[in-house]
Write a protein that binds this ligand. Structure first.
Ligand code: ATP
Ligand code: MG
Length: 192
């Protein structure tokens, strides 16, 4: 089994997340993509994040029409700070160690990967698929320098559809009363 993990705050989930996940699934012949809404992202501690129940519901509804897309509430259930390393360990326990885990990471997050909790251990344990994001240029050699040999084997790069959509922009549009049609799935409209 090869499982892709799409982690995010999903506040709200948008077509940038969905198109990226689908492109990665095809490109890497993954058996499924598991969307895991984050509880309290350590890097967003000071920021206000929408109720987790709403973020989870939007994620479930948005992914329902794709039989390869699944959603897990494992990070939402966890108490205290939530780290990707804990999630990967839990998934390895659930699916067995022969299952390969591919964490899908946008260009903006890849640039920060070295700051993540136990980053070296994490990269050694699972694969990372670094996707492109419009307007974000990552110095990949800096990433390779930091992670060394393991980066060459475990960090893969892929070009994904360049959808210039972000949850921050969507929240701002909602605040200003502007349209978010065609940026988020219809199912999110009544929730967000
Ligand atoms: P926010 O603006 O609140 O940070 P976001 O749009 O960046 O929201 P996140 O939930 O933070 O969404 O992102 C989850 C993951 O999806 C990250 O790895 C991020 O890089 C990636 N991602 C988000 N939007 C896009 C997009 N438009 N194209 C490609 N990847 C994306
Ligand atoms: Mg983000």
């Amino acid at each position: 089994m090869k499982i892709g993990i799409m982690g995010g705050t999903f506040d709200p989930i948008h077509f940038g997340h969905l198109a990226t996940a689908e492109a990665v699934r095809e490109n890497f012949s993954l058996d499924e993509i598991l969307f895991i809404p984050a509880a309290r992202p350590p890097h967003k501690l000071g920021k206000k994040v929408s109720d987790e129940h709403h973020r989870l519901t939007m994620t479930i509804l948005a992914t329902r029409s794709n039989k390869f897309f699944k959603v897990s509430d494992m990070e939402l259930k966890r108490t205290g700070l939530s780290y990707t390393l804990d999630t990967m360990n839990e998934l390895h326990k659930t699916f067995g160690h022969s299952t390969e885990l591919f964490f899908i990471i946008g260009a903006d997050s890849l640039a920060d990967l070295f700051k993540w909790h136990a980053a070296q251990e994490l990269v050694a344990k699972c694969h990372f698929i670094a996707t492109t994001r419009p307007g974000v240029d990552v110095d990949f050699s800096a990433v390779e320098n930091f992670f060394g040999k393991v980066a060459k084997e475990h960090i893969h790069r892929v070009t994904t559809p360049g959808l210039e959509i972000s949850s921050t922009d969507i929240r701002e549009k909602v605040r200003l009363g502007r349209s978010i049609k065609y940026l988020v799935p219809k199912s999110s409209k009544n929730i967000f």
